[in-house]
Design a protein around this ligand. Sequence first.
Ligand code: SF4
Length: 579
Amino acid sequence: MDLFPYASFRPFQKEVYDTVYNGLREGKTVLINAPTGLGKTAAVLTAAVRYLLETDTPIHYVVRTRTELEPPVRELSKILARGVYLDYVVIKSRQDMCCYPQLKKLNYPEFLAECNLLKRMGRCAYYPPKEAEAPLKSVSTYVKYLCASQSCPYEYAKRKMKDAKLVISTYYYIFGKERADVGGRVVIVDEAHSLFDAVVHIHSISLSEADLRAAYREAKKYGFLEEASKLYRLLTFIKRSSGSVDIGDVLGLVADIDLDTAIWEITKRKTEERVNPYTPLLLVKELREALRERLRYYGEVKGESSTKTLVLYPLDPAALIKESLRGAKSVVYISGTLPISLFAESLGVFNYVKLDISFSDFIPRQNYVSIIDVGVTTKFEERDEEMYLRIAQRIATAINLSPGGVLAMFPSYEVMRGVRKYLKISIPHWYEGSQEVEWDTAEKFFIGAVARGRYVEGVEYVRDGKNLLTFVVVVGVPYPEPSPYLDKRVEMLKPRLREKAWNAVYLYHAVVSVRQAIGRLFRSPQDRGVVAFLDRRYAEPELWNELRDILTGSVIVNHLEEAERLITEFFTSATTVSR
Ligand code: SF4
């Protein structure tokens, strides 16, 4: 049976399909870097389903966020429409799948307490879940169908997950605390470039002064005076601290608090009082349990007086990823912006097969102009008002020359603020922050984005299928701001990666961010545009090597204005070359 759900393969789609299928047959780790717009989800999923049908090996497909569940669900439904029968499950957060709209408005810990209470008291109309055959068209129809069948979608999916042949879930169900057993399964990790950050996010723990004050008040109110005084000691510690803290000190403060008895009793009393049984003592318990695990954490206190928060970050996300994937038959990592060798080195994966479809393989060279402006840099030592003014002049040139939308990605808010002072923009424009962008009403507009922010991650600047951007300006090099936490991670990697440890933490993020920004402009081989790199470091070997597929053929100038003729000619010769 031909499983591929389309009439024919697009350019490179067959290569993706073959690499995944052959890699799975050989039991290898597979790394796929293939630009957005190529159709890699359909190709990867079809190859994996073929392997499943031939070998009966179950598959678990994970995506970073709930919105990213839609593409694999859509492709799977098309594969199933070709006459395939297999038992599938889609799972995301319990609150997102809950059938009671009013519970979705609660904060998560309160929601969880309410859900557990309803289940315990037999007052949830959807629990226990009933048997149902939920059809798969989209995630929302899947959830609605189950609710209409009086079956809690989350509990239904949780129950079926162990035996299902194909699971599609968010990262949490493999990389989170309640992780599924992936022993003997094929795991497909989508958006793999963001895996390290996502795992750090999932395993980070924070406890604010407000949380702790609420826990202290509650312990006191319900008569747990000894516990209350210990919580007060922890609160005082957080109030007095700033920056890095010793994890041993934190553990010393929480180790002997009898949280279990207090939580049990408070929950019981609140249930009797008919109020939401959530207690903030649960947050302290989560913190204590995390510290008791084998994981190594870095701890710091952030914020100003009375709004301080203690945050713990895991120091070795690669170890967490490997632990979560232990026993998997094969793992397929896919992304549109994956620096394959940096990723593999950081994760400590050596025996793998790969397919690296570069930017220049996918986008015809005639469809873009790349320019490196060596007259500016955002190197920390050279950041001053004069430099910000020079960068603003270059961005103004880009805006003047571009016929459509211009996206400028800054390495940090600090640089964006510095440059913004000197930019006078008369077209519609937005800067990263709290504003909602409404670019779809304007022909020409300007977006000031910050690396790893929401204007460059997963946003489509598209109207009626047409990309509205024509110019991307990469301001400086988007290395993450140096921090004691990231420096500790570099230290941890040094025994394994030696001089490459810094690259695995800092360079990796910079390269992924640059590719993300450029990916906003090029969603398909038909897109055309100009990319300007405003930093002389792009002409130096370290960045050149990592971005050579984009940078090769770049015009090097001292000021973007020098490339005015080239840019104007490019935009006036409107010929688009297709693959
Ligand atoms: S069991 Fe399911 S439907 Fe019932 S409250 Fe909990 S999440 Fe909502």
